[in-house]
Ligand binder design. Structure first.
Ligand SMILES: N[C@@H](CCC(=O)N[C@@H](CS)C(=O)NCC(=O)O)C(=O)O
Length: 289
């Protein structure tokens, strides 16, 4: 059963992140096509996903394309009930669905003033009142979900669900623009930044395509407030491994981490690992203690 998922620049495309998390955070793997935002080829690429005109666009195994994140969530949840997209408890499930739907339809001020940019973090963005209102609504929703579902861990409705996948790019915006939130909301943001699938996506987003000037802002920058990556550098071989940890193919591209050289079968897989080695357990497993 093959799913073809079309996404755009991982560093910037918030809806692509949601679509991808609906797979990666629930143990599913699509075949990816990557389009580039703001390039003529974007529309060309999407022609192969008719009738989609935005990403994410998902071609189901039957051949039909659906290009709305909520529809993708519902299809995957129905087709893979074991994957846990929605909470099984009826009350928690209803709340998770309400959260995902409100996210999908709302928060327009936050979305337009603070577009997702995983490549850096700004300070001094001075959010206007409409963004502060959106942040207040997030605080209300997040606290309500926790109180009603009795969630005691990091996620809103118990286990990580579609609701959390939908708020992951919102957490990235709070982190990326140093937005003012309560300690409880900040803890939720930090849980997203440390989530294994989010970390893998961001590592890819750091090296996936050029910087997009559309997202430049004139504000001071600070270090990304998520987990600090292990220092690593590109280098020459030989490596401690002959086969790429991801594909099993012979290694051609190398990096050094913790004083050891690991090889990969292409530049992208080397570079995404270089960006955040600990996001990639298959690569880290190669290292000698
Ligand atoms: N309602 C859509 C929104 C998708 C969307 O707006 N995606 C953006 C990228 S983050 C896009 O494709 N923009 C390109 C365009 O509008 O031309 C969904 O639920 O997935």
């Amino acid at each position: 059963m093959t799913y073809d998922l079309c996404i755009a620049d991982r560093g910037y495309s918030s809806w692509s992140l949601r679509g991808w998390l609906l797979f990666a955070a629930f143990g599913l793997q699509p075949r990816l096509t990557v389009a580039r935002l703001y390039e003529p080829a974007f529309a060309e690429t999407l022609k192969t996903f008719f009738p989609a005109r935005t990403v994410p666009a998902l071609r189901l195994p039957e051949g039909v394309v659906i290009a709305e994140s909520l529809a993708i969530a519902e299809e995957l949840a129905t087709r893979h009930p074991e994957a846990g997209h929605w909470p099984t408890d009826p009350k928690a499930r209803a709340i998770a669905r309400a959260l995902a739907a409100e996210m999908h339809a709302g928060f327009t001020a936050l979305r337009s003033h603070c577009p997702m940019n995983l490549r850096l973090s700004y300070t001094g963005c001075e959010p206007p009142q409409a963004v502060l209102d959106d942040l207040a609504r997030l605080e209300t929703l997040w606290a309500w979900a926790r109180a009603e579902t009795g969630a005691s861990g990091p996620w809103l409705c118990g286990e990580y669900s579609v609701a959390d996948a939908f708020f992951a790019p919102v957490a990235a915006r709070v982190a990326g623009y140093a937005l003012p939130v309560s300690p409880a909301a900040q803890a939720y943001v930090e849980a997203h930044l440390a989530h294994p699938a989010f970390r893998r996506w961001r590592a890819m987003g750091l090296v996936d395509g050029p910087d997009q000037s559309f997202y430049d802002r004139p504000w001071p920058r600070r270090a990304w407030p998520g987990p600090a990556p292990l220092p690593a550098e590109a280098c020459d071989g030989p490596a401690i491994n002959a086969a790429c940890p991801y594909s099993g193919k012979p290694v051609t591209h190398f990096l050094r981490v913790r004083g050891q050289v690991i090889g990969f079968c292409n530049a992208f897989c080397r570079d995404k690992t270089l960006a955040d080695p600990e996001a990639w357990p298959q690569a880290m497993a190669l290292l000698q203690p």
